[in-house]
Write a protein that binds this ligand. Structure first.
Ligand code: THU
Length: 128
């Protein structure tokens, strides 16, 4: 799957975002090492701290289906700034690519996106 195809799955997933509080829909498409893709959206809650980001939704879907190693994630928000993953999501993703790096594609409104390695976004991840 191309980067663009993965990003278009992320964009489509953002349409399912449950965002009555922030009105900021985010979509993610996570590619596992074997090529399987899981999508996710953010799901908010009246207890705001219980909100789950799109990236972690996709991650939990993958892990709960037996996938534990990821190679790429595309993140889309119809936003002014590049939608890079929050700190918690960076740490969360790092759990599932301990022996290799992962590519993180971050979009904003429109067709363009920027690409990072997870290790650039979160060097020195917590681990034990
Ligand atoms: N959000 C994500 O889904 N992913 C991110 O990487 C950053 C933030 C969500 C959480 C919340 O529902 C909304 O965006 C505003 O913070």
């Amino acid at each position: 799957m191309t980067d663009r195809e993965l990003m278009s799955l992320a964009k489509r997933a953002s349409l399912n975002a449950y965002v009555p509080y922030s009105r900021f829909p985010v979509g993610a498409a996570l590619e596992c090492d074997d090529g399987t893709v899981f999508t996710g959206c953010n799901v908010e809650n009246a207890a705001l701290g219980s909100t789950i980001c799109a990236e972690r939704t996709a991650c939990c879907k993958a892990v709960s289906e037996g996938h534990r190693s990821f190679r790429r994630i595309a993140i889309y928000a119809d936003s002014e700034n590049w939608c890079t993953p929050c700190g918690a999501c960076r740490q969360f993703l790092s759990e599932f690519c301990k022996d290799h790096d992962m590519e993180v594609l971050c979009a904003k409104a429109g067709e363009r996106y920027v690409s990072y390695k997870l290790s650039e976004l979160l060097p020195h991840t917590f681990n034990y």
